[in-house]
Design a protein around this ligand. Structure first.
Ligand SMILES: NC(=O)c1ccc[n+]([C@@H]2O[C@H](COP(=O)([O-])OP(=O)(O)OC[C@H]3O[C@@H](n4cnc5c(N)ncnc54)[C@H](O)[C@@H]3O)[C@@H](O)[C@H]2O)c1
Length: 339
């Protein structure tokens, strides 16, 4: 991209569920950006979406796609055991990257991505989508202003991926494959670790985690719970559950000596309650879609202005460090339970 006003040319690698539901509609609706190439190793997926969104170039080999010199930036929405290697090839080909979370399956590989950024001068933004936008930013401003006091207790429950193998076999197989590479704490836990780092802004001091399989045939625990202590004295209680037929709502609350803040993702509001006041901020548009739009907006603005990508590889590595500690703690506690 030579001129600051020219449209930024974007390609997508990995045209699966999240690309179809969120990334491609977001890019398509964004002004000042052209979606010019789609790639998926399953070419039928890429072709179907290219037709729906009038994207001119469709490929099954991402290395061929990276030879297209007009491409400025790539959204990488592949499973995390492919993502870091594709991201590094994108950087070496001179493209900026917005990659899905987690940015890798281990910290050493994530560090290689960061080194490749430093070598090439091209950069990575990590898809911690839900830290963006009005609701999380309002919650953080209440915490930063000391409206809840200190120390704080974070209570987070994330329940996702309904267990319905007969009704939705594609989903069952995709999530089963994902659990073969780690429990929900590695996958949805990436977002949770980022929420906690975004809100508490303190290093983690201690972690104790437990995991449970509600069906013995699952390849990993499908219900994980963790207690996390932070250096600043904050504490978090986290539950992440997948593959259950019915879900509890899953809370997102921050409790302090002066009051409580509630983030209701379903009713799309944050609320601060103290003895003196109740303050509510409500989002009128769809929360998830607005987060994807804001995430992409920041990615494009950082490219145009040459500014750091946030959340970038440092945030990606920090999230991965916490989820790997959780994974280790789960394994240790499983073995302790068997002694
Ligand atoms: N930010 C969010 O809110 C959010 C939500 C859901 C999933 N995700 C993340 O997005 C990623 C993808 O998840 P998904 O549910 O869309 O998975 P998916 O399996 O539906 O899609 C992945 C796609 O990548 C393609 N692919 C794999 N290797 C490839 C390669 N080498 N070259 C080209 N294409 C390749 C697959 O064929 C598939 O179509 C995961 O890391 C997941 O954690 C993020």
């Amino acid at each position: 991209m030579n001129d600051n006003h020219a449209a930024i040319q974007v390609g997508v690698i990995g045209c699966g569920d999240i690309a179809e539901q969120r990334h491609i509609p977001t890019i398509h609706a964004f002004s000042g950006v052209d979606l010019v190439a789609l790639c998926d190793s399953d070419i039928d997926r890429a072709e179907r979406l290219a037709k729906a969104y009038q994207v001119p170039h469709v490929l099954s080999d991402y290395k061929q796609m990276l030879q297209r010199t007009e491409l400025d930036a790539i959204v990488v929405a592949t499973p995390p055991w492919h993502t870091p290697y594709i991201a590094m090839d994108c950087l070496r080909a001179g493209k900026h990257v917005l990659c899905e979370k987690p940015m890798a399956m281990d910290v050493a590989t994530a560090m290689q991505v960061k080194e490749t950024e430093l070598e090439t001068g091209y950069r990575v933004q990590v898809g911690f989508t839900y830290r963006h936008g009005l609701l999380l930013e309002t919650l953080r401003s209440w915490i930063r202003e000391g409206r809840l006091g200190s120390p704080l207790v974070y209570r987070l429950g994330i329940f996702d991926e309904v267990w319905d193998p007969a009704g939705n076999p594609e989903h069952y197989e995709r999530i089963y494959r994902t659990m073969q590479r780690g429990s929900p704490s590695i996958h949805d836990g990436a977002h949770v670790a980022d929420f906690l780092s975004f809100l508490s802004e303190s290093p983690v001091q201690r972690v104790e985690s437990f995991g449970l399989k509600t069906r013995h045939e699952f390849p990993s625990s499908n219900y994980d719970t963790s207690i996390i202590e932070f250096e600043n004295g904050d504490m978090a209680k986290v539950e992440i559950g997948w593959f259950l037929p019915k879900f509890p709502k899953g809370e997102f609350e921050v409790i302090g000596p002066k009051g409580i803040a509630i983030f209701d993702r379903f009713e799309q509001y944050v609320q601060l309650r103290t003895d003196a006041i109740t303050e509510t901020v409500t989002l009128e548009e769809d929360w998830a879609m607005s987060c994807f739009r804001e995430q992409f907006n920041k990615f494009i603005a950082s490219i145009r202005l040459g500014q750091p990508f946030v959340p970038g590889s440092d945030e990606g590595i920090s999230s991965l460090r916490l989820t790997k500690v959780i994974e280790t703690s789960i394994h240790l506690n499983i073995h302790k339970g068997k002694e």
